[in-house]
Design a protein around this ligand. Structure first.
Ligand SMILES: Cc1ncc(COP(=O)(O)O)c(C=O)c1O
Length: 500
Protein backbone atom coordinates (compact mmCIF):
# COMPACT_ATOMS: atom_id res chain seq x y z
CA UNK A 1 0.00 0.00 0.00
CA UNK A 2 1.19 3.50 -0.85
CA UNK A 3 2.32 5.33 2.29
CA UNK A 4 0.61 8.67 2.84
CA UNK A 5 3.28 11.39 2.96
CA UNK A 6 3.21 13.55 6.09
CA UNK A 7 2.46 17.25 5.73
CA UNK A 8 5.18 19.16 7.55
CA UNK A 9 4.57 22.24 9.69
CA UNK A 10 6.29 24.38 7.05
CA UNK A 11 3.99 23.01 4.33
CA UNK A 12 0.94 23.65 6.53
CA UNK A 13 2.03 27.25 7.09
CA UNK A 14 2.68 27.64 3.35
CA UNK A 15 -0.82 26.39 2.50
CA UNK A 16 -2.39 28.62 5.15
CA UNK A 17 -0.75 31.66 3.58
CA UNK A 18 -1.53 30.54 0.03
CA UNK A 19 -5.21 29.97 0.84
CA UNK A 20 -5.59 33.75 1.06
CA UNK A 21 -6.40 36.05 -1.86
CA UNK A 22 -5.76 39.58 -0.53
CA UNK A 23 -6.35 41.43 -3.79
CA UNK A 24 -9.65 39.69 -4.40
CA UNK A 25 -10.82 40.11 -0.78
CA UNK A 26 -10.28 43.86 -0.82
CA UNK A 27 -12.01 44.25 -4.17
CA UNK A 28 -14.97 42.12 -3.09
CA UNK A 29 -15.33 44.13 0.12
CA UNK A 30 -15.29 47.35 -1.88
CA UNK A 31 -17.81 46.08 -4.44
CA UNK A 32 -20.25 44.96 -1.71
CA UNK A 33 -20.28 48.38 -0.07
CA UNK A 34 -21.80 50.10 -3.14
CA UNK A 35 -19.50 53.08 -2.66
CA UNK A 36 -20.61 56.35 -4.27
CA UNK A 37 -18.14 56.70 -7.09
CA UNK A 38 -16.54 59.95 -8.11
CA UNK A 39 -13.61 58.08 -9.61
CA UNK A 40 -12.96 56.58 -13.02
CA UNK A 41 -14.32 54.64 -14.91
CA UNK A 42 -17.35 56.53 -16.13
CA UNK A 43 -19.92 53.73 -15.90
CA UNK A 44 -20.12 54.19 -12.07
CA UNK A 45 -20.30 50.66 -10.68
CA UNK A 46 -21.98 49.46 -13.87
CA UNK A 47 -24.95 51.89 -13.71
CA UNK A 48 -24.56 53.09 -17.30
CA UNK A 49 -23.34 49.82 -18.79
CA UNK A 50 -25.38 48.71 -21.78
CA UNK A 51 -28.54 46.90 -20.54
CA UNK A 52 -28.25 44.06 -23.06
CA UNK A 53 -24.77 43.27 -21.76
CA UNK A 54 -25.85 43.63 -18.12
CA UNK A 55 -28.89 41.42 -18.56
CA UNK A 56 -26.57 38.63 -19.73
CA UNK A 57 -23.69 39.03 -17.28
CA UNK A 58 -25.49 40.40 -14.25
CA UNK A 59 -24.43 43.74 -12.76
CA UNK A 60 -22.09 42.76 -9.92
CA UNK A 61 -19.11 42.13 -12.12
CA UNK A 62 -18.95 45.82 -13.07
CA UNK A 63 -18.54 46.84 -9.45
CA UNK A 64 -15.05 45.33 -9.58
CA UNK A 65 -14.04 47.76 -12.31
CA UNK A 66 -12.49 50.52 -10.23
CA UNK A 67 -9.45 52.72 -10.45
CA UNK A 68 -6.38 53.42 -8.32
CA UNK A 69 -7.11 54.57 -4.74
CA UNK A 70 -5.58 53.66 -1.39
CA UNK A 71 -7.93 50.78 -0.52
CA UNK A 72 -7.24 48.81 -3.73
CA UNK A 73 -3.55 49.84 -4.04
CA UNK A 74 -1.44 51.00 -6.97
CA UNK A 75 0.08 48.64 -9.52
CA UNK A 76 2.98 51.05 -10.09
CA UNK A 77 3.89 51.56 -6.46
CA UNK A 78 2.21 48.74 -4.53
CA UNK A 79 2.13 48.96 -0.74
CA UNK A 80 -1.16 47.19 0.09
CA UNK A 81 -3.16 44.27 -1.35
CA UNK A 82 -1.36 44.24 -4.72
CA UNK A 83 1.98 44.02 -2.92
CA UNK A 84 0.72 41.16 -0.72
CA UNK A 85 -0.77 39.36 -3.66
CA UNK A 86 2.47 39.66 -5.69
CA UNK A 87 4.42 38.34 -2.68
CA UNK A 88 2.15 35.29 -2.50
CA UNK A 89 2.67 34.75 -6.23
CA UNK A 90 6.46 34.87 -5.73
CA UNK A 91 6.20 32.43 -2.83
CA UNK A 92 4.03 30.03 -4.89
CA UNK A 93 6.61 29.93 -7.69
CA UNK A 94 9.65 29.97 -5.41
CA UNK A 95 11.13 33.15 -6.88
CA UNK A 96 12.39 36.36 -5.29
CA UNK A 97 9.77 38.69 -6.76
CA UNK A 98 6.75 38.57 -9.05
CA UNK A 99 5.16 41.48 -10.90
CA UNK A 100 1.62 41.41 -12.32
CA UNK A 101 1.34 42.31 -15.99
CA UNK A 102 -1.78 43.58 -17.72
CA UNK A 103 -0.75 43.35 -21.34
CA UNK A 104 0.04 39.68 -21.36
CA UNK A 105 3.40 38.03 -21.81
CA UNK A 106 3.88 40.28 -24.85
CA UNK A 107 4.66 43.25 -22.60
CA UNK A 108 6.72 41.04 -20.28
CA UNK A 109 8.95 39.91 -23.13
CA UNK A 110 9.62 43.52 -24.09
CA UNK A 111 10.29 44.40 -20.45
CA UNK A 112 12.82 41.57 -20.07
CA UNK A 113 14.93 42.96 -22.95
CA UNK A 114 14.73 46.53 -21.63
CA UNK A 115 15.56 45.50 -18.07
CA UNK A 116 18.44 43.14 -18.83
CA UNK A 117 20.17 44.77 -21.81
CA UNK A 118 21.64 48.11 -22.76
CA UNK A 119 21.54 49.43 -26.33
CA UNK A 120 24.29 47.78 -28.36
CA UNK A 121 24.42 44.58 -26.25
CA UNK A 122 24.28 41.24 -28.07
CA UNK A 123 21.62 38.70 -27.15
CA UNK A 124 21.37 35.09 -28.27
CA UNK A 125 17.78 34.47 -29.36
CA UNK A 126 16.00 31.55 -30.97
CA UNK A 127 14.55 32.63 -34.27
CA UNK A 128 11.34 30.71 -33.45
CA UNK A 129 10.20 33.27 -30.90
CA UNK A 130 6.89 35.06 -30.48
CA UNK A 131 6.51 38.37 -32.34
CA UNK A 132 6.81 40.35 -29.08
CA UNK A 133 10.48 39.32 -29.03
CA UNK A 134 10.99 41.37 -32.19
CA UNK A 135 9.42 44.32 -30.37
CA UNK A 136 11.83 43.73 -27.48
CA UNK A 137 14.80 43.58 -29.84
CA UNK A 138 13.78 46.79 -31.63
CA UNK A 139 12.86 48.81 -28.55
CA UNK A 140 15.91 47.83 -26.51
CA UNK A 141 18.34 48.39 -29.38
CA UNK A 142 20.20 45.08 -29.04
CA UNK A 143 22.03 43.04 -31.64
CA UNK A 144 20.28 39.68 -31.94
CA UNK A 145 22.35 36.55 -32.55
CA UNK A 146 19.87 34.14 -34.07
CA UNK A 147 19.69 30.42 -33.40
CA UNK A 148 18.33 28.38 -36.28
CA UNK A 149 15.15 26.59 -35.13
CA UNK A 150 15.07 22.80 -35.39
CA UNK A 151 12.39 21.30 -37.60
CA UNK A 152 11.03 17.82 -37.21
CA UNK A 153 9.79 16.92 -40.66
CA UNK A 154 8.13 13.64 -39.67
CA UNK A 155 5.94 15.54 -37.22
CA UNK A 156 5.71 18.87 -39.10
CA UNK A 157 6.65 20.73 -35.98
CA UNK A 158 9.30 23.21 -34.83
CA UNK A 159 11.36 22.63 -31.72
CA UNK A 160 12.89 25.21 -29.41
CA UNK A 161 16.60 25.73 -28.87
CA UNK A 162 18.62 22.86 -27.42
CA UNK A 163 21.39 23.03 -24.84
CA UNK A 164 23.89 22.10 -27.57
CA UNK A 165 22.74 24.97 -29.82
CA UNK A 166 22.98 27.50 -26.99
CA UNK A 167 26.40 26.24 -25.96
CA UNK A 168 27.59 26.52 -29.54
CA UNK A 169 26.26 30.10 -29.79
CA UNK A 170 27.93 31.04 -26.49
CA UNK A 171 31.24 29.56 -27.69
CA UNK A 172 31.04 31.53 -30.92
CA UNK A 173 29.74 34.78 -29.42
CA UNK A 174 31.31 35.09 -25.94
CA UNK A 175 30.42 38.79 -25.95
CA UNK A 176 26.67 37.98 -25.69
CA UNK A 177 25.17 39.47 -22.56
CA UNK A 178 22.03 37.37 -22.39
CA UNK A 179 20.28 34.32 -23.82
CA UNK A 180 16.58 34.40 -24.63
CA UNK A 181 14.76 31.05 -24.63
CA UNK A 182 11.13 30.09 -25.26
CA UNK A 183 9.93 27.06 -23.32
CA UNK A 184 7.38 25.49 -23.68
CA UNK A 185 6.60 26.23 -27.30
CA UNK A 186 3.09 26.72 -28.63
CA UNK A 187 2.97 22.97 -29.18
CA UNK A 188 4.04 22.23 -25.59
CA UNK A 189 7.65 21.26 -26.33
CA UNK A 190 9.86 21.98 -23.31
CA UNK A 191 13.64 22.29 -23.54
CA UNK A 192 16.21 21.39 -20.85
CA UNK A 193 16.28 24.66 -18.97
CA UNK A 194 18.20 23.30 -15.98
CA UNK A 195 21.30 22.67 -18.06
CA UNK A 196 20.87 25.85 -20.10
CA UNK A 197 20.55 28.09 -17.03
CA UNK A 198 23.47 26.38 -15.32
CA UNK A 199 25.70 26.82 -18.38
CA UNK A 200 24.73 30.47 -18.86
CA UNK A 201 25.26 31.35 -15.21
CA UNK A 202 28.65 29.66 -15.17
CA UNK A 203 29.58 32.01 -17.99
CA UNK A 204 27.99 35.06 -16.37
CA UNK A 205 25.17 35.32 -18.91
CA UNK A 206 21.63 36.41 -18.11
CA UNK A 207 18.84 33.95 -18.96
CA UNK A 208 15.46 35.32 -20.05
CA UNK A 209 12.64 32.85 -20.65
CA UNK A 210 9.33 33.27 -22.42
CA UNK A 211 7.31 30.74 -20.41
CA UNK A 212 3.95 31.99 -21.69
CA UNK A 213 2.72 28.41 -22.02
CA UNK A 214 4.16 27.11 -18.75
CA UNK A 215 2.51 28.66 -15.66
CA UNK A 216 1.07 25.26 -14.67
CA UNK A 217 4.17 23.06 -14.94
CA UNK A 218 5.23 23.30 -11.30
CA UNK A 219 1.80 22.29 -10.01
CA UNK A 220 1.66 18.73 -11.32
CA UNK A 221 4.56 16.30 -11.30
CA UNK A 222 3.24 14.35 -14.30
CA UNK A 223 4.04 17.45 -16.39
CA UNK A 224 7.61 18.23 -17.56
CA UNK A 225 9.56 19.44 -14.55
CA UNK A 226 11.88 21.72 -16.52
CA UNK A 227 10.41 25.12 -15.76
CA UNK A 228 12.11 28.51 -15.85
CA UNK A 229 11.18 29.32 -12.26
CA UNK A 230 12.64 26.05 -10.96
CA UNK A 231 15.72 26.22 -13.18
CA UNK A 232 16.57 29.67 -11.78
CA UNK A 233 16.20 31.77 -14.93
CA UNK A 234 16.98 35.42 -14.16
CA UNK A 235 13.67 36.64 -15.52
CA UNK A 236 10.74 34.77 -16.99
CA UNK A 237 7.20 35.60 -18.01
CA UNK A 238 4.15 33.37 -17.81
CA UNK A 239 0.71 33.87 -19.35
CA UNK A 240 -1.39 32.97 -16.32
CA UNK A 241 -4.41 33.67 -18.52
CA UNK A 242 -3.49 31.10 -21.17
CA UNK A 243 -3.48 27.98 -18.97
CA UNK A 244 -4.63 28.94 -15.46
CA UNK A 245 -7.78 30.86 -14.47
CA UNK A 246 -6.76 34.50 -14.93
CA UNK A 247 -8.59 36.79 -17.32
CA UNK A 248 -7.04 37.51 -20.70
CA UNK A 249 -3.97 39.78 -20.53
CA UNK A 250 -3.17 38.63 -16.99
CA UNK A 251 0.47 37.50 -16.97
CA UNK A 252 3.28 37.49 -14.42
CA UNK A 253 6.93 38.45 -14.65
CA UNK A 254 9.09 36.48 -12.20
CA UNK A 255 12.45 37.81 -11.01
CA UNK A 256 15.14 35.50 -9.64
CA UNK A 257 18.42 37.16 -10.51
CA UNK A 258 21.80 38.16 -9.14
CA UNK A 259 22.76 39.63 -12.52
CA UNK A 260 19.83 41.98 -13.17
CA UNK A 261 18.88 44.95 -10.99
CA UNK A 262 15.32 44.50 -9.68
CA UNK A 263 14.80 48.27 -9.42
CA UNK A 264 15.47 48.52 -13.13
CA UNK A 265 12.94 45.74 -13.79
CA UNK A 266 10.30 47.59 -11.77
CA UNK A 267 11.04 50.89 -13.53
CA UNK A 268 10.84 49.33 -16.98
CA UNK A 269 7.61 47.45 -16.27
CA UNK A 270 6.07 50.59 -14.83
CA UNK A 271 6.96 52.50 -18.00
CA UNK A 272 5.17 49.92 -20.13
CA UNK A 273 1.98 49.39 -18.10
CA UNK A 274 -1.25 51.34 -18.08
CA UNK A 275 -2.00 53.74 -15.22
CA UNK A 276 -5.60 52.43 -15.24
CA UNK A 277 -5.19 48.73 -14.48
CA UNK A 278 -8.13 46.40 -14.78
CA UNK A 279 -8.64 45.37 -11.15
CA UNK A 280 -10.81 42.41 -12.02
CA UNK A 281 -7.93 40.96 -14.01
CA UNK A 282 -5.58 41.63 -11.08
CA UNK A 283 -8.01 39.81 -8.77
CA UNK A 284 -8.16 36.84 -11.15
CA UNK A 285 -4.34 36.62 -11.04
CA UNK A 286 -4.61 36.40 -7.25
CA UNK A 287 -7.36 33.76 -7.42
CA UNK A 288 -5.64 31.79 -10.20
CA UNK A 289 -2.55 31.49 -8.01
CA UNK A 290 -4.61 30.36 -5.01
CA UNK A 291 -6.46 27.78 -7.10
CA UNK A 292 -3.28 26.45 -8.71
CA UNK A 293 -1.53 26.04 -5.33
CA UNK A 294 -4.50 24.55 -3.48
CA UNK A 295 -6.08 22.38 -6.20
CA UNK A 296 -3.89 22.59 -9.32
CA UNK A 297 -2.33 19.16 -8.83
CA UNK A 298 -5.67 17.34 -8.82
CA UNK A 299 -7.22 19.54 -11.49
CA UNK A 300 -4.32 18.90 -13.86
CA UNK A 301 -4.44 15.15 -13.16
CA UNK A 302 -7.87 15.23 -14.81
CA UNK A 303 -6.80 17.48 -17.68
CA UNK A 304 -3.80 15.24 -18.39
CA UNK A 305 -5.97 12.13 -18.32
CA UNK A 306 -8.46 13.69 -20.75
CA UNK A 307 -5.70 14.91 -23.08
CA UNK A 308 -3.96 11.54 -23.13
CA UNK A 309 -7.27 9.79 -23.75
CA UNK A 310 -7.91 12.09 -26.75
CA UNK A 311 -4.37 11.65 -28.09
CA UNK A 312 -4.63 7.90 -27.83
CA UNK A 313 -8.07 7.79 -29.40
CA UNK A 314 -7.01 9.92 -32.37
CA UNK A 315 -3.85 7.85 -32.91
CA UNK A 316 -5.71 4.52 -32.87
CA UNK A 317 -9.08 5.34 -34.41
CA UNK A 318 -8.73 8.21 -36.87
CA UNK A 319 -6.66 7.00 -39.77
CA UNK A 320 -5.99 10.36 -41.44
CA UNK A 321 -4.86 12.21 -38.29
CA UNK A 322 -2.02 11.88 -35.84
CA UNK A 323 -1.04 13.45 -32.52
CA UNK A 324 2.60 13.22 -31.53
CA UNK A 325 3.20 11.57 -28.16
CA UNK A 326 5.47 12.47 -25.28
CA UNK A 327 7.72 9.54 -26.15
CA UNK A 328 8.21 10.81 -29.69
CA UNK A 329 9.33 14.20 -28.38
CA UNK A 330 11.63 13.01 -25.58
CA UNK A 331 15.10 13.29 -27.08
CA UNK A 332 17.92 15.86 -27.16
CA UNK A 333 16.62 17.05 -23.79
CA UNK A 334 13.10 17.82 -25.04
CA UNK A 335 9.92 16.89 -23.22
CA UNK A 336 6.22 17.41 -23.93
CA UNK A 337 3.44 19.06 -21.97
CA UNK A 338 0.77 16.56 -22.96
CA UNK A 339 -2.09 18.99 -22.28
CA UNK A 340 -1.40 20.51 -25.68
CA UNK A 341 -2.88 18.41 -28.47
CA UNK A 342 -1.22 18.98 -31.82
CA UNK A 343 -3.19 17.06 -34.46
CA UNK A 344 -1.46 16.51 -37.79
CA UNK A 345 -4.06 16.49 -40.58
CA UNK A 346 -1.92 16.27 -43.73
CA UNK A 347 -3.31 12.84 -44.65
CA UNK A 348 -6.87 14.21 -44.86
CA UNK A 349 -5.84 16.20 -47.94
CA UNK A 350 -7.30 19.26 -46.19
CA UNK A 351 -5.27 21.98 -44.57
CA UNK A 352 -5.44 22.65 -40.85
CA UNK A 353 -7.07 26.01 -41.71
CA UNK A 354 -9.90 24.24 -43.53
CA UNK A 355 -10.51 21.82 -40.67
CA UNK A 356 -10.35 24.64 -38.12
CA UNK A 357 -13.08 26.38 -40.10
CA UNK A 358 -15.26 23.24 -40.30
CA UNK A 359 -14.83 22.66 -36.56
CA UNK A 360 -15.95 26.21 -35.79
CA UNK A 361 -18.87 26.41 -38.22
CA UNK A 362 -20.29 22.89 -38.13
CA UNK A 363 -19.32 21.58 -34.70
CA UNK A 364 -19.18 24.74 -32.59
CA UNK A 365 -15.58 24.00 -31.55
CA UNK A 366 -13.00 26.78 -31.56
CA UNK A 367 -9.29 25.95 -31.68
CA UNK A 368 -6.46 28.23 -30.63
CA UNK A 369 -4.38 27.77 -33.75
CA UNK A 370 -4.16 25.91 -37.04
CA UNK A 371 -1.74 25.92 -39.95
CA UNK A 372 -1.44 23.90 -43.12
CA UNK A 373 -0.29 20.77 -41.32
CA UNK A 374 -1.67 20.90 -37.81
CA UNK A 375 -4.48 21.81 -35.48
CA UNK A 376 -3.46 22.94 -32.00
CA UNK A 377 -5.97 22.35 -29.21
CA UNK A 378 -4.82 24.11 -26.04
CA UNK A 379 -6.20 22.70 -22.81
CA UNK A 380 -6.28 24.68 -19.60
CA UNK A 381 -7.12 24.16 -15.96
CA UNK A 382 -10.82 24.49 -16.89
CA UNK A 383 -10.79 21.82 -19.63
CA UNK A 384 -12.63 18.55 -19.15
CA UNK A 385 -13.08 15.15 -20.76
CA UNK A 386 -16.35 16.02 -22.48
CA UNK A 387 -14.58 18.87 -24.35
CA UNK A 388 -12.06 16.34 -25.62
CA UNK A 389 -14.83 13.88 -26.52
CA UNK A 390 -16.59 16.59 -28.55
CA UNK A 391 -13.35 17.34 -30.42
CA UNK A 392 -12.56 13.69 -31.05
CA UNK A 393 -16.09 12.94 -32.27
CA UNK A 394 -15.99 15.90 -34.64
CA UNK A 395 -12.57 14.85 -35.99
CA UNK A 396 -13.86 11.30 -36.48
CA UNK A 397 -16.78 12.67 -38.46
CA UNK A 398 -14.53 14.92 -40.54
CA UNK A 399 -12.22 11.98 -41.27
CA UNK A 400 -15.21 10.05 -42.70
CA UNK A 401 -16.95 12.84 -44.60
CA UNK A 402 -14.32 15.22 -45.96
CA UNK A 403 -11.62 14.17 -48.39
CA UNK A 404 -9.23 16.58 -50.06
CA UNK A 405 -6.58 15.99 -52.63
CA UNK A 406 -3.28 14.82 -51.11
CA UNK A 407 -0.61 17.52 -51.31
CA UNK A 408 3.11 17.11 -50.97
CA UNK A 409 3.75 20.05 -48.69
CA UNK A 410 6.71 19.80 -46.39
CA UNK A 411 7.56 22.04 -43.46
CA UNK A 412 10.78 23.80 -44.40
CA UNK A 413 12.63 26.95 -43.52
CA UNK A 414 15.71 28.55 -45.02
CA UNK A 415 18.90 29.17 -43.10
CA UNK A 416 18.04 31.96 -40.66
CA UNK A 417 21.27 32.43 -38.76
CA UNK A 418 21.76 35.44 -41.01
CA UNK A 419 24.21 38.35 -41.22
CA UNK A 420 22.88 41.32 -39.22
CA UNK A 421 24.23 44.33 -41.08
CA UNK A 422 22.44 46.98 -39.03
CA UNK A 423 20.83 47.08 -35.62
CA UNK A 424 17.11 46.19 -36.00
CA UNK A 425 16.08 49.34 -34.13
CA UNK A 426 18.00 51.65 -36.49
CA UNK A 427 16.33 50.14 -39.54
CA UNK A 428 12.84 49.57 -38.17
CA UNK A 429 12.44 53.18 -37.05
CA UNK A 430 14.15 54.68 -40.08
CA UNK A 431 12.41 56.54 -42.90
CA UNK A 432 15.21 55.65 -45.32
CA UNK A 433 13.35 52.77 -46.86
CA UNK A 434 11.94 51.84 -50.24
CA UNK A 435 10.12 48.87 -51.72
CA UNK A 436 11.89 46.64 -54.23
CA UNK A 437 10.41 43.71 -56.19
CA UNK A 438 10.81 40.51 -54.18
CA UNK A 439 12.77 38.85 -56.98
CA UNK A 440 15.29 41.74 -56.95
CA UNK A 441 15.71 41.92 -53.18
CA UNK A 442 18.81 39.70 -52.74
CA UNK A 443 21.70 41.63 -51.15
CA UNK A 444 19.48 44.42 -49.79
CA UNK A 445 19.07 45.05 -46.06
CA UNK A 446 15.54 44.18 -44.95
CA UNK A 447 13.53 46.94 -43.28
CA UNK A 448 10.58 44.78 -42.30
CA UNK A 449 9.50 41.64 -40.51
CA UNK A 450 7.90 38.95 -42.66
CA UNK A 451 6.50 35.87 -40.99
CA UNK A 452 4.94 33.04 -43.01
CA UNK A 453 2.44 30.80 -41.15
CA UNK A 454 3.43 28.02 -40.88
CA UNK A 455 5.82 27.87 -39.28
CA UNK A 456 5.30 31.32 -37.72
CA UNK A 457 9.02 32.10 -37.71
CA UNK A 458 10.10 35.52 -39.01
CA UNK A 459 11.92 34.90 -42.27
CA UNK A 460 12.91 38.54 -42.68
CA UNK A 461 14.08 40.77 -39.85
CA UNK A 462 14.95 44.49 -40.11
CA UNK A 463 18.71 44.91 -40.39
CA UNK A 464 19.60 41.57 -41.95
CA UNK A 465 20.98 40.97 -45.43
CA UNK A 466 18.44 39.21 -47.68
CA UNK A 467 19.98 36.00 -48.97
CA UNK A 468 19.10 34.19 -52.20
CA UNK A 469 17.82 31.27 -50.13
CA UNK A 470 15.42 33.52 -48.17
CA UNK A 471 14.28 35.27 -51.35
CA UNK A 472 13.60 31.94 -53.13
CA UNK A 473 11.76 30.66 -50.06
CA UNK A 474 9.53 33.73 -49.91
CA UNK A 475 8.77 33.49 -53.65
CA UNK A 476 7.79 29.87 -53.14
CA UNK A 477 5.63 30.76 -50.10
CA UNK A 478 3.85 33.54 -51.96
CA UNK A 479 2.75 31.03 -54.62
CA UNK A 480 1.09 28.77 -52.00
CA UNK A 481 -1.80 28.98 -49.58
CA UNK A 482 0.44 30.39 -46.87
CA UNK A 483 -0.44 33.35 -44.65
CA UNK A 484 2.36 35.87 -44.42
CA UNK A 485 2.12 38.39 -41.64
CA UNK A 486 3.76 41.79 -41.98
CA UNK A 487 3.61 42.00 -45.76
CA UNK A 488 1.72 45.33 -45.73
CA UNK A 489 -0.19 44.43 -48.93
CA UNK A 490 -2.27 41.48 -50.17
CA UNK A 491 0.33 40.04 -52.44
CA UNK A 492 3.95 39.51 -51.52
CA UNK A 493 5.34 41.21 -54.60
CA UNK A 494 7.68 43.71 -53.00
CA UNK A 495 9.84 43.94 -49.91
CA UNK A 496 10.71 46.99 -47.85
CA UNK A 497 14.48 47.53 -47.71
CA UNK A 498 16.86 50.10 -46.25
CA UNK A 499 18.34 52.81 -48.47
CA UNK A 500 21.22 55.00 -47.39
C1 LIG B 1 5.33 31.58 -26.96
C2 LIG B 1 4.49 32.80 -26.75
N1 LIG B 1 5.02 33.85 -26.13
C3 LIG B 1 4.32 34.97 -25.89
C4 LIG B 1 3.00 35.07 -26.30
C5 LIG B 1 2.24 36.33 -26.01
O1 LIG B 1 1.50 36.14 -24.83
P1 LIG B 1 0.28 37.06 -24.42
O2 LIG B 1 -0.87 36.67 -25.30
O3 LIG B 1 0.07 36.71 -22.98
O4 LIG B 1 0.68 38.46 -24.62
C6 LIG B 1 2.39 34.00 -26.97
C7 LIG B 1 1.02 34.11 -27.42
O5 LIG B 1 0.45 33.27 -28.03
C8 LIG B 1 3.16 32.83 -27.20
O6 LIG B 1 2.63 31.78 -27.83
Amino acid sequence: MKKKSKVTAAQKAFLARQSKAPMFDVLLGHAKRDVVSFHCPGHKNGRSIDEELKSYTGENVFKFDVTVFDEVDSLHDPVGPIKKSQELMAEAYGVRNSIFLLNGTSVGNIAMFLAACDPGDSVIVSRSSHKSIMAGVVLSGVWPIWIQPKIEQNLDVIFNSTYAQIKDALDRYPEAKAVFVTSPTYNGVVTELDKIVDLCHRRGKIVLVDEAHGPHLIFNNQLPQQSAVRAGADLCVQSTHKILSAFSQGSVLHFNSKLVDFNRVKKVVSMLQTTSPNYLTLATLDLARRQAVMDGGKMFDKVIEAAEWGRNYINHNIASMKCFTRKEIQREGFDLDVTKLTVNVTKTGLSGYEIEDILAKKYNIQLDYADIFNLVAIMGIGSNKSDVEALVNALKDIDKTYHGEQKNWALQIPSLATEMVMMPRDVYLSNNTKRVPLNKSVGHVSAQVLTPYPPGIPVLIPGERITKEICDYLMDMSSKDIRISGQESDMLKTVKVFTN
